[in-house]
Design a protein around this ligand. Structure first.
Ligand code: AHR
Length: 658
């Protein structure tokens, strides 16, 4: 976090005892000696889905689109180049019977060609982001039919200028498939580059899995993830990461559901499928959106481990998306789905002698991934869901009683569907119920008390997807403006206050590519080279980095602070560092003055972080990523009772050592 640290002299700019400007007589009482709930370490997490080019073209750092010619149109993303390419020189062959997962490949024939005469160009994912001086790793699978061709690899900038090139001369002459790689450096930075491949020489060659990765992937893993995007997640220190979605779990129909077993093992054997967001919205068509699964369940588990987050996979429960085909697996055919869930637990946690633990070890991770949470179904609803869920739950609880299951409460936080499921799931003693709310900012402000009266015993809540909408849900005019973020902050004080009930929460969706999104608002926006956090991101980050371990009561006029005077507040202790963490959200357009009354003596020095903007329509952007971003300052606290000024439209986090 690039916070600006401002030393605030004496009693601070925002904390001015005795100053009466905007000071009212309201006293905020905080009882630091009374713990009302423990805060789950999983409290604030992230929700990842391959939507908005979140995986392919997003965190998966592959730069070649349709590298294996498996899109519906085999040459989608590719353009044939050079005047010496004749009819029949480039053929797409299909070997389904011997290679069902990746059946197609390209057969190229050329006759005495040099660079510029015969080849193919790949456009990348809305262009290819290239950085000057960085190493790029090109690789390809090839098979020689008639040896004599070498591959001339070039990076071209948007004007067609060569900004990096190399030659790959196949070293194997036989007719078996071989993988070969070559690396080279780029001479220029370009956001919209393309990859040009010239076939030089004389002969016939088969090509597949034509791939290009930058060297600067996350943790420098070959074939890995885009580091700047993952860093944004790591900077939030999320308590969990939910994957792979979202509706993508359900699929348009069952054939398009997410099947984790097809996403592990050698990358060239992972069978791609169309991304359901490819055609979901007529107003945002993305015909070239596929899931290649270079990023699969092994990589998600590894990512969770890397960023210190609990993995939370969500599995299909035998139902396709009920907004789409709503296909159901008959109950007497549900066993393979349940087996997938049991196998996944073994894949994550089983020892290396178990069937699936062995697969994990073979992929390079003999140690278990320590899976503790598992979701069954995404946004499914109705009795059809309950009867399927009951079978999953029975089988998983019998075999793995320590795994906590996350269940869906449907698409909305109220209404008939919700009421039915909420009751049914609680009757089933569900471990965790996943609630979703895409609602206007006003809803978030009005619902800060939503969980105050939820039963303290029994099922816990996972606020699994939420985002304030500045326009109608799924409208392309939705903005990640300060009003949406501020209202989420206000609402989140209610989540923290009710940590006895709410164990987990995540904003959704997480990522969006500026040139390839389907859904807005989103937490983090990227293009081919840059990424920035929205105001909503900084709200999530501030709550997560200042989570605390236990909730303590905060009252004004003997009531919780949830909207009175446009103020929302919560307080937590960090029992390890002996700090009191107070979060205050002033949604009014006026500076507000309060008196804080503690029951314990605070240290003189405290740290205040403020996220603020006067204009609720303000957004961050690639050009101005820090317009709304946290400012951190040191301040002095005179004693147990002190005045507090809250800037208009602000989220303030005060950390005081006790
Ligand atoms: O976050 C976008 C979508 O919203 C998710 O895929 C789905 O679960 C919800 O409807």
């Amino acid at each position: 976090m690039k916070n600006k640290v401002v030393k605030v002299l004496a009693l601070g700019l925002l904390l001015l005892p005795g100053i009466t400007k905007a000071q009212n007589n309201n006293v905020i009482n905080i009882e630091t000696r009374t713990i009302t709930a423990k805060i789950a370490p999983t409290m604030w997490g992230v929700f990842f889905e391959d939507i908005n080019m979140g995986a392919d073209g997003g965190i998966y750092a592959e730069l070649v689109k349709n590298r294996s010619f498996e899109f519906f149109r085999p040459l989608m993303g590719w353009t044939v180049s050079g005047e010496k390419v004749k009819e029949g020189d480039l053929l797409i062959l299909n070997r389904t019977p011997v290679h069902t997962a990746n059946p197609r490949f390209l057969r190229a024939t050329v006759r005495n060609t040099v660079a510029g005469e015969a080849g193919l160009r790949n456009e990348g994912f809305r262009g290819i982001g290239i950085k000057q001086g960085l190493r790029y790793d090109f690789s390809v699978y090839y098979r020689q039919q008639q040896p004599g061709i070498r591959l001339h690899v070039q990076l071209l900038n948007a004007n067609g200028k060569v900004i990096g090139d190399t030659i790959l001369t196949p070293s194997q002459q036989d007719t078996a498939w071989h993988k070969e790689a070559v690396s080279f450096h780029a001479t220029e930075t370009e956001a919209k580059a393309s990859l040009q491949l010239w076939l030089e020489g004389n002969g016939t060659i088969d090509l597949d899995m034509i791939s290009l990765f930058p060297e600067d992937t996350w943790k420098r893993r070959p074939g890995g993830m885009r580091a700047d995007m993952i860093q944004q997640l790591a900077d939030m220190k999320p308590g969990f990461i939910r994957f792979p979605g979202g509706c993508i779990v359900e699929g348009f129909d069952l054939s398009q559901r997410y099947q984790w077993k097809k996403t592990i093992g050698p990358v060239e054997e992972r069978q791609l499928i169309i991304n359901r967001w490819n055609f979901e919205f007529a107003h945002r068509p993305t015909p070239d959106y596929f899931q290649t699964f270079g990023l699969g369940f092994f990589e998600y588990f590894q990512l969770a481990e890397d960023i210190g987050a609990e993995p939370l996979p969500i599995l299909n429960c035998g139902m396709a998306c009920q907004f789409n085909s709503a296909e159901l697996v008959p109950l007497d055919e549900l066993d393979p789905y349940i087996q997938d869930a049991l196998d996944l637990i073994e894949f994550a946690n089983g020892d290396t002698t178990s069937t699936w633990g062995k697969v994990r070890a073979h992929m390079g991770h003999p140690a278990p991934f320590q899976l503790k949470l598992l979701g069954i179904g995404n946004e499914n609803w109705g009795p059809q869901y309950v009867e399927r869920l009951q079978r999953f739950t029975k089988a998983i609880r019998e075999r793995y009683p320590d795994i906590r299951l996350v269940n869906s409460s449907g698409t909305d936080p109220e209404g008939e569907r919700f009421d039915y499921l909420n009751k049914a799931l609680r009757d089933m003693h569900a471990d965790i119920i996943d609630e979703h709310y895409y609602r206007p900012p006003q809803w978030f402000l009005q619902n800060a008390r939503r969980y105050d009266n939820y039963p303290r015993n029994g099922s816990k809540v996972f606020a699994g997807e939420y985002a304030a909408q500045s326009d109608k849900t799924v409208s392309i005019h939705n903005k990640n403006n300060w009003l949406t973020a501020l209202s989420e902050a206000a609402f989140m004080t209610g989540l923290e206050r009710n940590a006895a009930v709410v164990n987990m929460a995540s904003y959704a969706p997480l990522f969006a590519h500026a040139d390839g999104w389907q859904w807005t608002p989103d937490l983090i926006w990227v293009d081919n080279l840059r990424s920035y956090g929205t105001p909503n991101y900084y709200v999530q980050q501030l709550f997560s980095l200042n989570k605390g371990t236990a909730v303590v009561p905060v009252h004004m006029h003997n009531d919780v602070i949830a909207g009175l005077d446009s103020l929302y507040a919560t307080a937590a202790l960090d029992e390890k560092s002996h700090e009191l963490i107070i979060k205050l959200v002033n949604v009014s357009d006026k500076e507000q003055g309060y008196t804080v009354q503690l029951d314990a003596k605070p240290a003189v020095r405290a740290r205040l972080t403020v996220l603020q903007h006067d204009d609720v329509n303000t957004v961050n952007s690639f050009e101005q990523p820090g317009r709304v971003s946290p400012k951190e300052m040191e301040m002095s606290i005179p004693g147990k009772r002190f005045p507090l000024q809250l800037a208009p439209r602000s989220l303030s986090v005060l950390r005081v050592r006790l």
